[in-house]
Design a protein around this ligand. Sequence first.
Ligand SMILES: Nc1ncnc2c1ncn2[C@@H]1O[C@H](COP(=O)(O)OP(=O)(O)OP(=O)(O)O)[C@@H](O)[C@H]1O
Ligand SMILES: [Mg+2]
Length: 372
Amino acid sequence: MIVFRDDIDGPGAPRSGADSASIEITKVAGALGMSGKFSWGANARLTGKSGAVHTFDLVITPAEGGSAKAAVLRSVSEDMVTGIMLFNSAANDCGISRKVLAVDRDLDHPEANLARMYDIVIVDQRQQPERRHDVFGVDGLDEALCGSIRKGNVYMISGKTGTGKTVASTQFLVEGAKKGEKGMIILSDTHGTDFIANAKTLVPGFEEYRKEGAIEVIELSDGIKGLKEGVLGNLKNRTRYIDVVTNEIKRLASEYGITRLVIDPITPLIVADEDFINQFMMALYLPNAYTLVTSPVMKSDMSMYGMEEYSVSGLIKLEIPDANAGIRKASIVKMRGRSCDTGPVYFRIAPGGMVPLENVDKKTADGVFRRI
Ligand SMILES: Nc1ncnc2c1ncn2[C@@H]1O[C@H](COP(=O)(O)OP(=O)(O)OP(=O)(O)O)[C@@H](O)[C@H]1O
Ligand SMILES: [Mg+2]
């Protein structure tokens, strides 16, 4: 039985003068995409299927459809690994699938991996609730993401060639640099000089930020080929390969103090094996950085090998629905913790980067014929 303490409004309409508990609940509900009214209970005691009684720091129940409860574990201790395991099994015993870890510090690697493995959503108590957080500096796209991009997670942009993956990645870095964040792009299939020559004519501010060291451009050396051949020959070598490559990325990120990392594209660094891809993405964990990888599409319409989309926290798909009009479309296919749904965003690529198109006739954009 839950001891209900109060009713509060949903994240769409936070109460003015809300106390710290309702701010926490608003953040959790926002991260889980819950809306409407909730009941909540602190130190809620629930009896599980096993007959054991479990106490949760917080249980939130939507007013309608009481089955989709969410349980919250607050990070209070130094070592959360055991706490996360116990919390997960207690939630499972009580049939609660929406699990949240509310943190007030950066998690260490084992804690974050465990949370990810158990599909526990991390809510950072230190972050002020935001209605909007500029990730790309592109109106419409940032609104569609509605603050769901989190540090420590890996996100993917996928699309056919020419859809705008590299342009979007460049904007992501420039937008970060505007906020004083340091960015790094690892180019796995382009020469750094070619990328720089293009980016500086297309995305305003890129070259200035690069010159002042706010954006680092890295290209792959030939060493990667030999390393990767070792994995292709024998998958058992994969742990060593993943360690070498991801440790090198982490070393560079820490040396330059990177908080926005792009790997464009991820494909040459991975192999078509689900366990490998999962292990690689997990090892890419950078607690202080937003990580964005790009992928061409081939095996599925989401990625090259048809597997990468499962190992990332969010996926933005780019398409060109009307090549004649030069219109591009960005759809958020998957985004953990996203609390809004705005539909696709249409844009053009022009000097200035991604230029959002408002009032695009969607029938025209998606159809075969174009209205004049
Ligand atoms: N300097 C530029 N000036 C004008 N338009 C450009 C410029 N650079 C790129 N574009 C336009 O932006 C489009 C998207 O380019 P981008 O390199 O981001 O595609 P991509 O999805 O990364 O492709 P790929 O998979 O081949 O790497 C190009 O097809 C082109 O139309
Ligand atoms: Mg590209």
